[in-house]
Design a protein around this ligand. Structure first.
Ligand code: SF4
Ligand code: SF4
Length: 93
């Protein structure tokens, strides 16, 4: 994914961090539509080669460290098969 160039940078950008998220994909619900993997803004999710109980390829977490806890995958999943749990934010503010 191409990095967006911002026209200005917040003064405290170096001190601020986003709280990461832990992504859980429900194997029983996933139907392999690919919405979550296609629209995750950071590429944290990918489709796997594993076939789930419904007979579809499953989505999987490719790199949890990339998750920004935006919740888009949770909202966009038509099967209510993704859950994002906020992790502790380590920033000191
Ligand atoms: S959006 Fe939901 S059903 Fe579609 S691939 Fe992702 S987890 Fe599976
Ligand atoms: S919460 Fe946002 S960044 Fe994290 S996996 Fe879902 S869509 Fe990607």
């Amino acid at each position: 994914m191409a990095k967006t160039k911002l026209w200005r940078k917040p003064f405290d950008a170096a001190q601020k961090t986003t709280a990461p998220g832990k992504v859980l994909i429900d194997r029983e619900r996933c139907k392999g539509c690919g919405f979550c993997t296609e629209f995750c803004p950071t590429g944290a999710l990918k489709m796997s080669d594993e076939i789930g109980p419904k007979g579809y390829l499953l989505a999987r977490v490719e790199d949890e460290s990339k998750c920004l806890n935006c919740g888009l995958c949770e909202i966009i999943c038509p099967e209510f098969g993704v859950h994002v749990i906020p992790q502790k934010n380590e920033s000191k503010d």
